[in-house]
Design a protein around this ligand. Structure first.
Ligand SMILES: [Zn+2]
Length: 269
C-alpha cells in the first residue's frame, strides 16, 4: 500500500480549523477520500456527518437532512401519499429513503399523516372488498366480529367447569393431604434427591428455588394419589415442574417412576 504523509497536525489544521471536507483534503493530497477518513479515525478525530454548507442550508429550511429535498418535493409527496394513497413505507421504498424521512417531509409540508385506523378503514382497500381480519377492526365497525363474539360467549359459558373439564379426576383436589405427609417426610425426600429438582431438564437446586420462589422444593406424588406416601411415590420438584405435571399425567407418572427406579439401583449399591 502506498504511504501518504498525512500527519495529525495537518488534519487538525485543514479538517477542523479550516472546515475543509474530506473530499477537498483528498484532492490536496492526491489520494482517495476514504484514506482521509481512515486517517481521521486513526488519529481519533471526530468526523462530521454533514459539512458546514449542508448544516447552514438545513437551518434555513428547517430540515435536518437536505439529501432528499430535491426528490421529496411537495408535488411528489402529494401525488404519492394523498392521491395514490400509498403508505409511508411504500413512498419511502419508492424514493429510496427511510420511512421517518418521508414523515418528516410530510410534516414540513403540513400534509396530514393518516393514522392506522384511517389508512385501513377508508384507505387504499378496493371499494367493494371487505377489510381483512385484525386490521384495526372492532365489533362496532365489522358485523362479523360482533356475531362471532356473541356466538362464542353464549355457547361456551360453563362448559369447562367441574366434571366437564378434560382434567377432571373426580373432585380429589379438595381432599386433604394425609397426616403422615409431614415436614419430616418431605425433608427426607429432599435430602434423598440431593436438594435438586428431579426433572432432568430442569435440575433447579433448592438454593435457587429459595431465591426465586421464597420456599423449599416441593414433594410431588408420582401417581397423583395423595394417600400413597410411600417414599418411592414421592419425588422433589420445583414449583414449575410440579405444576407442569398436572397435564399429561400418564407421561409424567412414567417419567418420574423411571427416575425413582434408577435411584433404587444406585441406593442398592
Ligand atoms: Zn424443576
Amino acid at each position: 500500500m502506498k504511504k501518504y504523509t498525512i500527519t495529525k497536525k495537518f488534519l487538525i489544521q485543514e479538517y477542523l480549523r479550516n472546515q475543509k471536507t474530506m473530499k477537498e483534503i483528498a484532492q490536496i493530497k492526491g489520494c482517495a477520500r476514504s484514506i482521509i477518513g481512515a486517517y481521521l479515525k486513526k488519529f481519533n478525530i471526530r468526523t462530521r456527518k454533514f459539512s458546514q454548507k449542508t448544516i447552514d442550508a438545513c437551518k434555513q429550511t428547517g430540515l435536518n437532512n437536505k439529501r432528499y429535498s430535491k426528490i421529496l418535493t411537495y408535488k411528489t409527496l402529494y401525488r404519492q401519499y394523498v392521491i395514490n394513497k400509498k403508505s409511508l413505507t411504500e413512498v419511502a421504498k419508492f424514493i429510496g429513503c427511510g420511512r421517518s424521512t418521508v414523515g418528516k417531509y410530510l410534516n414540513e409540508y403540513k400534509i396530514h399523516i393518516r393514522s392506522i385506523r384511517e389508512s385501513h378503514l377508508g384507505g387504499h382497500h378496493k371499494p367493494h372488498s371487505k377489510p381483512s381480519w385484525c386490521k384495526g377492526l372492532t365489533k362496532y365497525t365489522d358485523k362479523r366480529l360482533y356475531l362471532a363474539g356473541k356466538k362464542s360467549s353464549k355457547s361456551k359459558i360453563g362448559t369447562h367447569l367441574g366434571i366437564q373439564n378434560p382434567n377432571w379426576l373426580g373432585g380429589i383436589s379438595k381432599l386433604p393431604y394425609p397426616f403422615k405427609f409431614n415436614q419430616e417426610l418431605k425433608e427426607k425426600i429432599r435430602k434423598r434427591d440431593e436438594y435438586q429438582c428431579q426433572n432432568k431438564e430442569c435440575n433447579m437446586t433448592e438454593e435457587e428455588h429459595l431465591v426465586v420462589y421464597g420456599r423449599v422444593l416441593t414433594a410431588h406424588h408420582i401417581d397423583y394419589i395423595k394417600n400413597n406416601c410411600n417414599e418411592n411415590n414421592l419425588i422433589s420438584t420445583c414449583i414449575q415442574c410440579n405444576f407442569r405435571a398436572n397435564y399429561n399425567r400418564d407421561m409424567w407418572k412414567e417419567y418420574y417412576q423411571e427416575i425413582i427406579a434408577s435411584k433404587g439401583v444406585l441406593n442398592g449399591k
